[in-house]
Design a protein around this ligand. Sequence first.
Ligand SMILES: [Zn+2]
Length: 212
Amino acid sequence: MNCNLAFILTASSFLPLAFCEPPLAIKLNCEVPALQKWSEETHALLVRWHPRISNLLPTDGFKVTRVFELRIKKTQKGVGATSGSTITISSHWIEKHPDDVGLAVHELVHVIQAYPSANPSWVTEGIADYIRWAIFEGKPQSWFPLPDKPSGYKNGYRIAGGFLLWLETDKAAGIVKKLNTAMRQKKYSDEIFKVSTGRSLDELWNDYRGKK
Ligand SMILES: [Zn+2]
């Protein structure tokens, strides 16, 4: 359907027939022929998971990036990174860890997050690893590492991912959506935790680390 024509004339107003989005277009750029099969399978994985992750991270009026690139870069450095609309995965890492497709899912979350600022980084990386490990990989709460130290969530990644899983499950269902929207709108504050649960962020962390 041509989106420009997706309106119907009624007696009093125009009503949109459909919420039109451009088609999902992930360009594949594999610089290492031996990794072409891995690249194509990972590309297909991202096509399947893009709508799922987009649904987990909704924000009114926000349009998720639907045109971006998956680049398998020929290099001996790095693991994975996302910059703007390009996910870059290092060839040497995949040659050594071909099963690490979840890495690409983590980077896909960053494309969908599209935060104007990554700070605080523990929230950005915590959400990416929550979706990667708890949702995509299906890891149970007991799998997540939990350092016994104050404000340990600031380590981000799997530690913050496990903390977010516990919050979603036991304390404040929907908090990941709230945090995600606040980050997109540059409105993040630690107060979100207090408002959502009645407990401060550090009190919640202490509750969580007391479980082990
Ligand atoms: Zn990341």
